[in-house]
Design a protein around this ligand. Structure first.
Ligand SMILES: NC(=O)c1ccc[n+]([C@@H]2O[C@H](COP(=O)([O-])OP(=O)(O)OC[C@H]3O[C@@H](n4cnc5c(N)ncnc54)[C@H](O)[C@@H]3O)[C@@H](O)[C@H]2O)c1
Length: 321
């Protein structure tokens, strides 16, 4: 309350949800976001943000802008990044720029301007690659299958480095599939689930590639809780933690979604080859370490989370085109 807190990527899906929560609990939320084309940044996401909050539209690679943004903040929630696995294979340099170059600029700015700040970084389960065993705990080998996973793995390592070498309080959370209101639903670039939500609402068929793959899903409000806990829990600094969610096979998820929407047939399809190359098979997180450290437990079940997502987008489809 009353503290100044920075959210990078704060116009995107998870960042905006976090910024709105910070605003609600009385913090002074500062957002830096470059509104990168085809990422999830959307001004509709921050509808309702109070006058107290500040939005800086700039790329983290712009040195002066990022220094101004980190100045005087006590916590930095670092959610700026390129999320699409497929795009990272088609344009690896751009993924490198956002997921590594921009991250170094942010960390350098922290070291110079706000060395006392705590940084919570949004890492990803993608860094594990194809799981060798389930559930996947933090000691599982890191063998990413795409550029995105490799660059996020490096970014997480930079955060660890700044903790060891410069004493910055950095924590990384390895997110699994996160969903909810404000997700980018224009297409399947970032997640199949975005497109599924759109199709269910438009009464168009939901295409499931394969369908037997296991995933775990976390509702965005639960991810926001985890970020807040990670920032204030002593002993978290310098560590990386998995966040898990509710486990389900993708075909069952599609059927559940179309039932809740009351429309949208489900069709099983073969994997397109460009997707098959970078598919990770089944994934389920073991997140006991984070739960034991912080007391975090996801509060929103899949049925409720999907319903809340459908309700949010139903009246706003045109703003998420
Ligand atoms: N959504 C998921 O399921 C998921 C899973 C694992 C990890 N994550 C991580 O969580 C973070 C947030 O994901 P999201 O789903 O909210 O994505 P998003 O695309 O909705 O939001 C990311 C935001 O970052 C901004 N951005 C990107 N590069 C930037 C730069 N150089 N400077 C300033 N702003 C920049 C984009 O404009 C966008 O608004 C990402 O780092 C992502 O890797 C997300």
């Amino acid at each position: 309350v009353g503290r100044r807190v920075l959210v990078t990527g704060g116009l995107g899906f998870i960042g905006s949800t976090l910024a709105l929560r910070l605003d609600e609990i009385g913090a002074e939320a500062v957002i830096i976001d470059a509104m990168v084309a085809r990422h999830g940044g959307n001004l509709a996401n921050i509808e309702g943000l109070s006058q107290r909050a500040r939005v800086i539209v700039a790329d983290m690679r712009e040195r002066d802008a990022v220094r101004a943004a980190v100045s005087g903040v006590s916590v930095i929630f670092n959610l700026a990044g390129q999320v699409s696995h497929l795009d990272s294979m088609q344009d690896p340099q751009s993924d490198l720029a956002h997921n590594c170059g921009a991250q170094i600029e942010l960390l350098e700015a922290c070291r110079e301007v706000s060395p006392e700040a705590t940084v919570v970084f949004a890492s990803t389960r993608q860094i594990y690659g194809r799981p060798l065993r389930l559930p996947v705990d933090e000691d599982h080998p890191l063998t990413p299958v795409d550029y995105n996973g490799i660059h996020k793995m490096a970014a997480e390592a930079y955060h660890g480095l700044y903790h060891r070498a410069f004493g910055l309080r950095t924590v990384s959370l390895r997110l699994t599939n996160t969903y909810g209101p404000r997700l980018r639903i224009a297409d399947a670039r970032q997640t199949f689930l975005g497109l599924w939500l759109r199709r269910a609402l438009e009464d168009a068929p939901i295409e499931v590639w394969g369908g037997d793959q296991l995933r775990d899903l976390t509702f965005v409000d639960d991810v926001v809780d985890a970020f807040l806990l990670a920032a204030v829990t002593p002993g978290a600094a310098g560590q990386s933690y998995n966040l898990g969610g509710e486990q389900i096979a993708l075909m069952d998820l599609a059927i559940m979604l179309s039932r809740l929407a009351g429309r949208g047939a489900v069709e099983r399809r073969e994997f397109p080859p460009e997707r098959k190359r970078i598919d990770i098979g089944d994934y389920v997180a073991d997140d006991r370490r984070f739960r034991e450290l912080t007391g975090w437990t996801p509060q929103v079940g899949l049925g409720e989370g999907l319903q809340r997502s459908l309700d949010y987008f139903r009246s706003r489809l045109s703003r998420y085109a």
